[in-house]
Design a protein around this ligand. Structure first.
Ligand code: URP
Ligand code: ZN
Ligand code: ZN
Length: 466
């Protein structure tokens, strides 16, 4: 079996920071030992990677992506091949994407279709959540089977009436089923019925620019839906994970529920931490680049999101990577913001933006790894195979240069999309060497990976009790 040793780096996990060498055999980490110790010096290896002056961190775990998702009359621009390659460039070695149940179809049909898209083309490992858009007796039964085969989380929508929307009764039924079978309900918490009224009124009044997308998707309607989702979960006796939290008042709803001891969890995304309604208001339809749901909020919300990440009221930062090109895709909504496909690119940028948050003093190094690697892995049943560096874990490892300065740009990124939501932003930190299950896929700006290296990861049920 091939042996690789990574020498001289600062190993950072969610739990500790140690100057240690890491020994990899085949696809697994087999040992850590203090750098310079007789144990580490005695290791022989086929490949030695020098990590002096670098961090050695677990590969990122991004539990919210939408590769080649059909949505808003078009399809997200990254395929599983291009999207997972871009993820690896950015230090993310596992994604959990969303398979979709269409209305009138079974969960199985949706899952099979997503397996067919991803099989044999991914550059790094991947798993699936299931979007539950048609709650019936038979789809509820199917949930049990999916949990048994490693699809242990189900996204539901209080938004998008006529597409993915479920009413409260359907949500309650799915939550009850999840409480019984261990499946975790992930909620898109926005009151879509009320939002659609405001959309119609805005368009009728001639308010068609991208910034109105942010205005009609009112903060109150995120907070209200978050509150309702928490109460429905409480009635069902189920845990709840709220996706892409953007509003301060939604964080407050989660915090209040957690103070009551309820098992409710929340994720936010880099776009809500680094971008704002100022971007949505950019002239010449440029604001369309920033149309996503939940929407970007006024800048003041960012402090509450950072606080939530520090206090633990928010547990995870994922990307909600759902890229649509400006040209030909976002442009579908010129003259009608409701036709702009919703979603932002970001799978390549998450680890670096969050490292910048460490540099800026928002997060500690360990909290960076916690919210980007360890907790998402725990939350979605991948731990300790993913999300940490320990004997027995998959050798998904990143040698991270904390001093490298880079400028984020569409001209240099690897996502299959014609703009960057962070164009021109300078960040400190970059993945130098990336290993996926022991194989070096990226080294010093050279791509060494291959489509098909990535393997499907069945998941256990939620392992997060925090
Ligand atoms: O705007 C977004 N978030 N697009 C992807 C679909 C979703 O709701 O997560
Ligand atoms: Zn959503
Ligand atoms: Zn999403």
């Amino acid at each position: 079996m091939t042996r690789t040793v990574i020498r001289g780096g600062l190993v950072v996990t969610a739990a500790e920071e140690t100057e240690a060498d890491v020994l990899v055999e085949g696809e697994k980490v087999v040992a850590l030992a203090a750098t310079g110790s007789s144990a580490a010096e005695a290791w022989t290896a086929d490949t030695v990677i020098d990590a002096t002056g670098h961090y050695v961190i677990p590969g990122g775990v991004d539990v919210h992506t939408h590769m080649q998702m059909p949505f808003g009359g078009t399809t997200a621009a990254d395929t599983f091949e291009t999207g997972t390659r871009a993820a690896a460039w950015g230090g993310t070695t596992t994604i959990v994407d969303f398979a979709i149940q269409s209305v009138g179809s079974s969960l199985r049909e949706g899952l099979d279709a997503w397996h067919a898209k991803a099989e044999g083309v991914c550059a790094v490992d991947y798993g699936f959540h299931m979007i539950l858009s048609d709650v019936t007796e038979s789809s509820l039964k199917e949930m049990d089977a999916l949990v048994g085969e490693g699809v242990t989380s189900f996204k539901m929508f209080m938004a998008y009436p006529g597409v993915f929307y479920s009413d409260d009764g359907r949500i309650l039924r799915a939550m009850q089923r999840g409480a019984a079978n261990g499946g975790l309900i992930m909620m898109h918490a926005e009151n879509g019925i009320a939002i659609d009224v405001l959309v119609e009124q805005a368009l009728a009044a001639g308010r068609t620019d991208p910034r109105y997308h942010g205005e009609v998707r009112r903060e109150l309607l995120e907070a209200e839906a978050t509150h309702r989702a928490v109460k429905l979960a409480q009635v069902a006796g189920a845990p709840l994970y709220v996706v892409h939290v953007s509003a301060a008042s939604a964080v407050a709803e989660l915090a209040a529920a957690r103070r009551q001891g309820l098992p409710v969890f929340g994720e936010t995304c880099p776009q809500y931490l680094f971008l704002s309604t100022d971007n949505l208001a950019e002239p010449d339809f440029e604001g369309a680049k920033y149309v996503c749901s939940t929407p970007l909020r006024p800048r003041e919300h960012q402090a509450e999101l950072w606080k939530g990440l520090r206090t633990g009221d928010l547990q995870v930062v994922s990307t909600d990577h759902c890229p649509f090109c400006f040209s030909g895709q976002k442009e579908m909504g010129r003259g009608d913001f409701s036709r702009i496909p919703n979603g932002l690119p970001g799978v390549e940028n998450r680890m670096d933006l969050l490292h910048q948050a460490v540099v800026d003093g928002h997060l500690t190094r360990r909290r960076w790894i916690d919210i980007a690697c360890a907790t998402p892995a725990r939350m979605f049943g991948l731990y300790p195979r993913k999300g940490t560096i320990a004997p027995g874990a998959d050798a998904d490892l990143v040698v991270y240069d904390p001093a490298a300065v880079q400028t984020l740009s569409a001209a240099t990124h690897h996502m299959n999309v014609d703009y960057s939501a962070y164009e021109g932003r300078q960040v400190t930190g970059r993945s130098r060497t990336v290993l996926s299950r022991g194989t070096v896929v990226l080294d010093d700006g050279r791509w060494l990976g291959r489509a098909g290296h990535g393997r499907y990861q069945p998941r256990a049920t939620c392992q997060y009790l925090g």
